[in-house]
Design a protein around this ligand. Structure first.
Ligand SMILES: [Zn+2]
Length: 296
């Protein structure tokens, strides 16, 4: 049995919050997302013309670093995909780089062999926690349990995942059931509280002082006012990425970002230069974070 790669000091946490409208963030109380943005950036991302504004294809693009033409996920049924060729970063890092990785959440196709999934094929540790029913309330409970589980794993220095993805789905579910009104806004604020608990877990690690963490928070698409997405309106196509970490200067002007940049940045944050055969479509958020551009 081969051993795992020495950990080094770099760690990455990606928190995916489904269906959060960028235009509402300014008026909501989201101090933890604001803290990530203040230490780095929060920037608009446009879902590109080839990609349906649906969760399946957008999350596949975010975690593989390639677009729909390569990963082949075009809807919320993930069947017919090429994820074996273009795996998510938790699977690739575990298989190719022997890194400890972790993925957690409650939406079946991301984690289970259902609906053509899983998107996360083989992370080192995987926590799927099912919502008890398909309602906003049950999804809040689900996200709560996902957060508790992820905080437990992230807070331990012995398990020590070097790259993690935590999925929160209640915000999107709330918009689908109730539209983008008061309940939706409260759900975004609840997701921010959960983000805060994940950040607290990271900072409470016994080895935190010796580690360099990158935190990425990302949404997949927006919603029309009545709730719903899949079309080409600006509200549906507008997503966002926030990030802080090594190589990301506070307030740094950023080039137009793409969902494919998330996985590319995860590799960069772990100081891994992508193999050209991976044919990543994304690039690290900032040139300063790109190990391929560092002098040798
Ligand atoms: Zn979604």
């Amino acid at each position: 049995m081969s051993s795992l790669w020495p950990a080094g000091s770099r760690r990455v946490l990606v928190v995916g919050i489904d269906g959060v409208r960028l235009d509402l963030l300014d008026e909501l109380h989201t101090p933890h997302l604001d803290s990530v943005a203040a230490a780095g950036f929060l920037a608009r991302v446009e879902v590109d013309d080839a990609t349906p504004t649906m969760s399946g294809p957008c999350w596949a693009t975010i975690v593989t670093g390639v677009g729909v033409a390569k990963h082949g996920v075009f809807g919320n049924h993930l069947g017919g995909n090429r994820l074996d060729v273009f795996p998510d970063f938790t699977t690739r890092l575990a298989a190719v780089h022997r890194r400890r990785t972790f993925a957690a959440g409650g939406w079946e196709p991301l984690f289970l062999a259902r609906s053509g999934g899983p998107l996360f094929a083989a992370p080192g540790r995987l926590s799927y926690i099912a919502p008890l029913e398909d309602t906003p309330e049950a999804w809040e409970v689900c996200d709560e349990r996902v957060t508790a589980e992820a905080a437990f794993v992230l807070g331990r220095s012995d398990d020590d995942p070097q790259a993690s993805f935590v999925y929160l789905g209640a915000v999107d579910e709330t918009a689908h059931f109730l539209g983008c009104g008061e309940e939706y806004r409260r759900s975004i604020e609840a997701a921010d509280v959960r983000l805060g608990r994940l950040l607290d877990a990271v900072r409470s690690r016994p080895s935190y002082a010796d580690e360099e963490w990158t935190v990425i928070v990302v949404t997949d698409h927006g919603h029309v006012d009545a709730g719903g997405h899949g079309g080409r309106s600006d509200l549906e196509r507008t997503a966002w990425i926030a990030a802080q970490g090594p190589g990301i200067l506070p307030g740094a002007p950023v080039l137009p970002l793409h969902h494919t940049d998330v996985a590319a940045h995860v590799y960069a944050a772990l100081e891994i230069v992508p193999d050209p055969h991976w044919t990543l479509d994304g690039r690290p958020f900032t040139p300063a974070a790109d190990p391929a551009l560092l002098p040798v």
